[in-house]
Write a protein that binds this ligand. Structure first.
Ligand code: HEM
Length: 459
């Protein structure tokens, strides 16, 4: 029913809506809708019914669901809302991962990660990423008439992030990590009940195994750094091990390094693979966008020797390609939303959200608001030519202190991959059915099989 009154803390009443069955609440409906790609509809139905603020029960907690740019901004910048252990993923990734800490610890750990993931460091790795993309296309795309895109993009993004985090060796270790990641994601959407045979339990165990693997590699790196056989710039682990505070102590504890190396691998893998897969899907049916991209990339190679690697400055010329990526992220945001926990009773639009409640923001619903994005279903990269939209309308990376620290890496990997892909191949969708499910990242039907044609010799 619509009844909104009663309960709650000081001032106003709690938002309208219903909390459903205790513990399970709306979780099953939510998870089912994710799997059937009706998650957008699941949230839209509630928002249509109750308005931009409503209550429901998700993943075992009473939850306030907020939607719209103003709501997003409220969530992203509110100090009484913390990303916390109530959500499954922070708990799964470890006590000291960026997702599980707040306040000064968050600032310190986020600062350390951004030292590696910011443009100053990442610009050094463009050449390495360029080589990995070329090798991947050479090995898995060249000479084929059909490929399945999503698994290939998962492989590529996984190889790039593990090389950045762990360094170039260790392929067996990477395979082991890869297997554990599957379990980790399974539990991210599950009711957080740590009992045998639950998805949640499998993901806790997968994460524990992955962190043991990372611990072993970290110890080896530490020794190699001490012996002068490795450089702090080799990879993320070496960089984090080399950073010190004002007393000369290691800035991040060993546990923090391990948990955040895992968070980085997890953060950089599925989301990016989804983005690149959906760009490929779009380009198959959108010759005008493809032609504009090809033109942009041909212009860039005009000034380069044949086979010369891309460098940082080349990427700043790929403005249209980045708008294509943003428009793809608008229509199919890899992270559809996420939650916070209220540390105090807080008020939004006259409603009280009681202390301890979960607050959920959603990207999808705002991204399809015709008041902000006219004709919202239309794919139109030129929407991003201007900056006139209200703050936090485009929420694919979040905003504020918790904004995604991986955005520069997303840009580099996407631009480099698309540069080589659109210049060397054209393709058609093998299936016209345009559906996808979330697991929790958007996954197209059958992994997006395509028929492939190669322009000439790979260049
Ligand atoms: C297309 C790709 C990506 C998308 C759409 C994406 C999206 C997001 C979003 C929306 C958040 C904020 C969640 C919130 O506010 O609750 C976030 C946080 C995060 N992302 Fe990404 N991300 C992507 C790629 C990456 C990459 C490449 C990395 C690592 C290199 C990464 C690492 C993280 C981490 C560690 C956080 C937690 C930040 C914090 O809590 O302070 N992500 N991401």
């Amino acid at each position: 029913g619509r009844g909104g009154g009663g309960g709650g803390g000081r001032g106003g009443c709690v938002p309208p809506g219903s909390l459903g069955v205790p513990l399970i609440g709306h979780t099953l409906g939510f998870v089912r809708s994710m799997r059937a790609n009706r998650v957008d509809q699941f949230f839209r139905d509630r928002i249509n019914c109750y308005g931009a603020v409503s209550k429901l029960s998700l993943l075992g907690k009473p939850t306030a669901l907020l939607a719209g740019p103003a709501a997003n901004k409220f969530v992203f910048f509110n100090r009484s809302l913390v990303l916390g252990r109530a959500a499954s993923l922070p708990h799964i990734l470890g006590e000291r991962s960026l997702l599980a800490v707040h306040g000064d610890d968050h600032r310190r750990i986020c600062g350390a990660l951004m030292d590696f993931l910011g443009p100053e460091m990442l610009r050094m790795y463009v050449g390495r990423i360029d080589a990995q993309v070329r090798q991947h296309l050479e090995e898995s795309w060249a000479g084929r008439t059909a490929v399945t895109v999503h698994p290939l993009m998962k492989r590529l993004t996984f190889d790039i992030i593990t090389a950045l985090v762990l360094g170039s060796e260790k392929s067996a270790v990477r395979d082991a990590l890869d297997r554990d990641l599957v379990n980790i994601f399974e539990g991210a959407m599950a009711v957080p009940v740590n009992l045998p045979f639950t998805a949640y339990r499998r993901s806790i165990l997968g994460s524990r195994r992955a962190r043991l693997i990372l611990q072993g590699i970290m110890r080896e790196k530490k020794t190699r750094l001490q012996e002068g056989k490795a450089s702090p710039n080799d990879d993320l682990l070496s960089r984090l091990l080399s950073m010190t505070d004002e007393h000369g102590q290691q800035l991040l504890s060993n546990e923090e390094i391990v948990d955040n190396a895992l968070a980085t691998v997890v953060g950089a893998h599925g989301s990016l693979a989804a983005l690149m897969t959906f760009i490929v899907r779009q380009l198959a049916d959108d010759p005008a966008t493809l032609a504009a991209m090809v033109e942009e990339h041909e212009e860039i190679v005009k000034n380069k020797a044949p086979g010369e690697a891309l460098v940082w400055d080349d990427l700043s010329k790929m403005t249209f390609t980045w708008r294509v990526a943003q428009e793809t992220l608008r229509l199919v945001p890899p992270v559809f939303g996420s939650s916070r926990i209220a540390l105090d009773d807080i008020e939004y639009k006259g409603y009280c959200i009681p202390k301890g409640w979960q607050v959920f923001w959603v990207a999808d619903v705002t991204h399809r608001d015709p008041g902000i994005f006219p004709d919202p279903a239309k794919f139109d990269p030129s929407r991003f030519n201007t900056r006139s939209m209200p703050a936090c309308s485009f929420a694919a990376f979040g905003a504020g202190p918790r904004m995604c620290p991986g955005i520069d890496l997303v840009r580099i990997e996407t631009l480099v991959t698309m540069h080589h892909l659109v210049r060397n191949f054209t393709w058609n969708l093998a299936s016209k059915r345009n559906t996808f499910v979330r697991d929790p990242f958007p996954s197209p039907l059958h992994g997006l099989p395509i028929q492939l044609r190669q322009a000439a010799r790979l260049c």
